[in-house]
Design a protein around this ligand. Structure first.
Ligand SMILES: C[S@@+](CC[C@H](N)C(=O)[O-])C[C@H]1O[C@@H](n2cnc3c(N)ncnc32)[C@H](O)[C@@H]1O
Ligand SMILES: O=C(O)C(=O)C[C@]1(C(=O)O)C=C[C@@H](O)C=C1
Length: 244
């Protein structure tokens, strides 16, 4: 098993908080960070595995785009029984990919997993029965998001699905403030201090630009997806299945 430490990255006051990056420091504490930061994270990852069990077709690819340490790929490998499937796990952070390789080797997946260190925008998608972006699209420049969804749509087989999980914004100021507040309360209960919460918020401000659910729905429909199902929502975190 890969070792994982407690996230204390934002615990000390910084003169200036630099932009959030998926570097060595973050990769080192990532399982703890994401578990304490994203409501329902384990539930979401496990349910993505379940969906893979339903949607995986024989001789097809399942993509995990922005795989980090490979949690989604592992969940998929636990549920897929279909023969001759391949999981393709992609991330452009060398620190994440290096740990992901070690993690996956330790678990010995019954389904082959190819791990690719590359910008997901450069990776061809083809013969896919399922594509997953679990909290990844939010880190891509907004003007580049539509092209990625179009590429995914083209690479999916008929009836294939994209699972898209995102932190979302709410259109009304009051409603958004409520969801942000509930999320911060969730973080406090998970042991993060006010300083950690506010410094992480500043670090993410410019690099994680969130859309509303209707922005996502419109963009997915424009890319060609026929049905968009929000299957999970807790506070300002949502996961959607978009069907080709
Ligand atoms: C919040 S994490 C994803 C968590 C992961 N999917 C999971 O379920 O544990 C976002 C990941 O996306 C990766 N990422 C961001 N932009 C990317 C890009 N353009 N190409 C590939 N990976 C990217 C980051 O390096 C990071 O590991
Ligand atoms: O919004 C926050 O405060 C978060 O920490 C969220 C979030 C995410 O949604 O990916 C941001 C960065 C880390 O990868 C883990 C969680």
């Amino acid at each position: 098993m890969i070792s994982s430490s407690k996230d204390a990255i934002y615990s000390q006051p910084a003169e200036q908080v630099s932009d959030f990056r998926f570097d060595e420091n973050v990769a080192e504490v990532f399982p703890d960070m994401i578990q304490r930061s994203v409501p329902g994270y384990s539930t979401i990852v496990d349910a993505i595995g379940q969906m893979a069990g339903r949607y995986a077709e024989a001789n097809s690819h399942l993509y995990d785009l922005g795989c980090s340490l490979g949690a989604v790929s592992l969940a998929i490998s636990r549920y897929v029984q279909t023969p001759d499937c391949k999981i393709i796990a992609v991330d452009n952070s060398p620190a994440m990919i290096e740990r992901c390789q070690r993690h996956l080797q330790a678990f010995k997946s019954p389904v082959p997993i190819e791990v690719v260190c590359e910008d997901l925008q450069k990776v061809p998608i083809h013969n896919a029965s399922m594509v997953v972006m679990n909290f990844t699209l939010q880190f891509i420049q907004p003007d580049q998001r539509a092209a990625i969804l179009e590429k995914i749509y083209q690479g999916l087989k008929p009836g294939g699905v994209l699972v898209l999980s995102e932190k979302v914004s709410h259109p009304s100021e009051q409603g958004n403030a409520l969801l942000v507040d509930l999320h911060h309360e969730f973080k406090r209960r998970n042991g993060y201090s006010e300083l950690e919460i506010s410094q992480k918020r500043s670090a993410l401000e410019k690099i994680m630009l969130t859309d509303s659910f209707s922005d996502h729905e419109d963009r997915l429909k424009k890319a060609g997806f026929s049905d968009i199902v929000m299957w999970f929502k807790c506070f300002n975190f949502a996961s959607m299945v978009a069907v080709k």
